[in-house]
Design a binder for this molecule. Structure first.
Ligand SMILES: Cc1cc2nc3c(=O)[nH]c(=O)nc-3n(C[C@H](O)[C@H](O)[C@H](O)COP(=O)(O)OP(=O)(O)OC[C@H]3O[C@@H](n4cnc5c(N)ncnc54)[C@H](O)[C@@H]3O)c2cc1C
Length: 486
């Protein structure tokens, strides 16, 4: 099996780096078993990396890093059983292509096609949709190589609901996922409407409630400092869909190039932010646009998103009956950003995004909740290296977590985890779920082979003090200055 010694690893977001003693590139289940056995014999720890898109300190290790990108075979797609079986390193784009040949699709998914499913599932990543859950909730079974070297197939049938709901989102701490069995559906079409509205849609939340509850999929964007909102309402339709044209990818690519140029300009001359953002809202956001796409093309409506170096803070927030929580959260952000403009500070210069979806069953899901509950995710995006984004992130995190009715929980893959004090907040937010998860984890991996120092502190259980309560240092690994420029 191919491996490297002391090879430096850095994530896409340039927030994490490490130099593992050995980096392995397995191609088979036998390779995975031999890595785990070698680690056990030598007292080494193991972390896995998919495509390395997560901002948070989930991957870094000084011991063994396992790059699973060569485990990328789609094994079977069964239209009758509505099941896709594939290896962990298969990317969202690869599986889309294979599913399309069988007229099948995943009803809700992440925006980009570049991520590995191992990474998407392990972090509880999500798309949106009133009746849709996170991708991890669509997992029927996972085949995992455990610390003992045993290969175990986890499913509700074999291990029961509780264990399966722990395994669904594991942050790579239970073992190395080899295969994913995912529930899929016959592909369907969506009528997609984009339009611009005033902010009064959220001020008078009854308007928003009606819009969200009458859409199969609903998302909402605020171009920072602009005067309105950009809505996307998608509904299932029997009308015929046109495939997303190549020209849309090309236009996305040029849009990303312009975005990069704009990012560089705004970092250099931040006082232009307000003017630029308002211009984008006026000229770029459509007044009204309607198109019909199949769910796969609709989900990945921006293909070049990974070409824009960004930072992203994201929380799941519980949706209350009256939608008051949406108003509280959105205005906490809007008021903060507007007040900062008055002081000539511009920490937010890309987008605020809000997505609605059904609660998740996975113990570690940010949107974990009861069967009839809904959550919304709010994401705050700025160009990498924007001055003041970190302190803005801390202010917003403190404000949202101080309102208990919001039940705010951060996205595992994004930026909150390195906010000072974050781990204590994470423990509070997940409470008993985190303890339950840790108990199952400790049974499967008593020697803590699959933890790095960051995760060990986080999952150590409530009897152990956090060793790095400020959340910024993890042993020898360096968490890079998130604002450093490329
Ligand atoms: C531009 C951008 C857009 C994004 N859009 C979305 C979005 O629309 N919705 C959303 O929810 N998230 C989004 N994310 C977050 C993204 O979904 C996660 O970061 C995801 O984990 C990326 O996949 P990856 O293959 O890069 O995983 P990595 O970052 O490589 O790994 C993530 C975690 O998965 C674990 N892991 C990976 N493979 C295995 C395995 N085989 N066994 C055990 N553990 C494993 C790793 O150890 C790590 O803990 C976005 C991120 C970026 C950068």
């Amino acid at each position: 099996m191919k491996y490297h010694k002391d090879k430096k690893w850095t994530n896409w977001g340039k927030t994490q780096t490490c130099r593992p003693a050995l980096t392995f590139y397995p191609q088979s289940r036998a390779d995975l078993v031999s890595i785990v056995n070698r680690a056990r014999d030598n007292g080494k720890r193991v972390r896995v990396v998919g495509q390395g898109y997560s901002w948070s300190p989930l991957v870094p290790t000084d011991d063994y890093l396992v790059d699973v990108s060569n485990l990328n075979r789609v094994i079977s797609i069964d239209s009758e059983k509505r099941l896709a079986v594939f290896e962990t390193g298969v990317t969202v784009g690869q599986l889309d292509k294979a599913l399309r040949k069988h007229n099948m699709a995943i009803p809700s998914n992440v925006l980009s096609t570049s991520f590995s499913y191992g990474g998407v599932v392990s972090t509880g990543s999500h798309g949106h949709g009133w009746d849709c859950q996170t991708v991890s909730d669509y997992v029927e079974a996972l085949i995992v190589v455990l610390a003992s070297g045993d290969i175990v197939r986890f499913s509700e049938v074999t291990h029961g609901k509780d264990v399966m709901n722990a395994v669904r989102i594991s942050l790579g701490t239970l073992g190395i996922i080899l295969e994913i069995w995912l529930r899929v559906e016959p592909i369907f079409n969506l009528e997609m409407v984009e339009r611009k509205v005033g902010i009064d849609v959220v001020e008078d939340v009854s308007q928003l409630k009606t819009l969200v509850e009458n859409s199969d999929y609903f998302s909402m964007f605020w171009v920072p400092l602009s005067s309105g909102l950009w809505l996307m309402e998608w509904n299932k339709t029997d009308k015929e869909a046109k495939r997303r044209p190549r020209s849309a990818d090309i236009s996305d690519f040029f849009g990303a190039c312009m975005g990069n140029l704009q990012g560089k300009i705004l970092r250099r001359w931040p006082t232009l932010t307000g003017k630029f953002m308002r211009l984008i809202f006026d000229k770029y956001v459509p007044k009204y646009k309607q198109e019909i796409r199949d769910v796969s093309d609709a989900t990945h409506y921006r293909t070049a998103v990974t070409l824009i170096p960004s930072h992203n803070l994201s929380f799941a927030v519980k949706l209350d009956e009256e939608f008051e929580n949406v108003k509280k959260v959105l205005f906490a952000v809007l008021d903060n950003v507007r007040a900062k403009e008055e002081r000539k500070e511009f920490p937010l210069n890309l987008m605020v995004q809000v997505y609605f979806l059904k609660s998740s069953q996975a113990l570690l899901s940010p949107s974990f909740g009861g069967d009839d509950e809904h959550y919304f995710y709010i994401e705050l995006l700025s160009y990498r290296g924007t001055d003041g984004f970190d302190s803005f992130m801390k202010e917003i995190s403190d404000e949202l977590t101080s309102m208990p009715e919001l039940q705010t929980r951060p996205h595992w893959a994004k930026r909150f985890l390195d906010v000072p004090g974050a781990r204590l907040k994470i423990r509070e937010a997940w409470g008993e779920n985190l303890n339950q998860f840790s108990k199952i984890r400790d049974k499967l991996d008593p020697a803590k082979m699959f933890l790095n120092e960051y995760l060990e502190d986080l999952l150590a259980g409530d009897t152990v003090e956090l060793r790095h309560a400020d959340g910024l240092t993890t042993g020898k690994h360096k968490i890079l200055d998130p604002n450093h420029r490329l």
